[in-house]
Ligand binder design. Structure first.
Ligand SMILES: [Zn+2]
Ligand SMILES: [Zn+2]
Length: 308
């Protein structure tokens, strides 16, 4: 029941020897999702031993080159390797246009079905499967840009076996309790799920929020996120530049983490002007101590906390 985030790139603007542009893999219950696809993403996937053909959905935040210039190459490689499994891309409407034009000009034909889901100007649950749902949330950048919130769906509740004969629970009643609903019997007795079920499993949440001015959104789904990846392109020494370019500083990212009551903050999208990233942790840490600078190749796991 894993829920992991592996950083493939955490630099801003251009690829350098030190940092690659934005890309990361989210793996939930052994299913793989790609978030953004900066130049060189397919090399990073190979470098860190991630089976790229297992990626099911690619979520793109916006159309700046440092978030999409790896996508054409990656899709082309999928095809050259003979992929037949469907792939879904979630992103801004113009993305489909850009891909279609490039594939036409370069005479590229994909070996697999490609599906598009277009993001909109308002927040919405944009994709889901049996165990996971993803919300696209518009943020404030120089062009249309979306953050993505990954929320695990709750598992069915487990009934403590000894209570089945004790309460003489029928099969229909068990099904109701597993869905976390109370039973109302004809004699007026109410059996609450908490009386007969083991503790409710925590619903794990990951929020990917990059290329934006700092925003404190009034969205209750964001409160109590387990892991927040937030861009911190600059330090406070360039707060003016951050505002001009619609980016955030490390301190501002920390204030956002505090506002959402996040459990942990990962900073990324660092400007190449900073050779040493220690200052990012120091600046953000004075506001929000559970902070780390993203490191390429590092996997951040969200563990289940039963008692929360
Ligand atoms: Zn960027
Ligand atoms: Zn951007």
């Amino acid at each position: 029941m894993n829920f992991d985030v592996t950083i493939l790139g955490c630099g801003a603007a251009t690829p350098t020897q030190r940092l690659r542009p934005t890309a990361q893999v989210v793996s939930v219950r052994d299913h793989y999702f790609l978030l953004d696809c900066g130049e060189g993403t397919q090399i990073q996937l190979r470098q860190y031993g991630i089976k790229m053909q297992r990626i099911e959905v690619i979520f793109i935040s916006h159309l700046h080159g440092d978030h999409i210039y790896g996508l054409i190459g990656l899709l082309s490689t999928f095809s050259l390797l003979g992929r037949t499994a469907d792939l879904t891309i979630v992103g801004p409407p113009e993305l489909q246009e850009w891909l279609a034009l490039t594939f036409r000009i370069s005479d590229t034909y994909l070996s697999f079905p490609l599906h598009f889901i277009e993001t909109n100007k308002s927040s919405e649950w944009i994709w889901e499967n049996d165990f996971l749902k993803v919300k696209s949330i518009p943020v404030k950048h120089r062009m249309a840009c979306n953050a993505y919130l990954f929320v695990e769906k709750p598992l069915e509740r487990k009934i403590v076996k000894s209570f089945i004969p004790h309460y003489r629970l029928t099969l229909d009643e068990l099904l109701v309790l597993k869905k976390d609903k109370p039973i109302h019997r004809e004699d007026g007795k109410v059996i609450e799920p908490n009386e007969v079920c083991s503790p409710r499993q925590q619903v794990r949440k990951y929020f990917f929020c990059t290329d934006t001015l700092p925003l404190k959104l009034e969205d209750e789904d964001l409160i109590g996120i387990d892991l927040l990846y937030h861009e911190a392109t600059f330090l406070e020494d360039h707060v003016k530049r951050a505002k001009e370019t619609h980016h955030s500083t490390a301190r501002q990212a920390a204030e956002v983490a505090l506002f959402y009551q996040a459990r942990k903050l990962i900073l990324g999208h660092f400007s190449a002007r900073y050779p040493d990233l220690c200052a990012f942790e120091l600046e953000a840490g004075s506001v929000f101590p559970q902070v780390e600078c993203a490191q390429e190749g590092t996997k951040y796991s969200i563990e289940i906390i039963e008692s929360r």
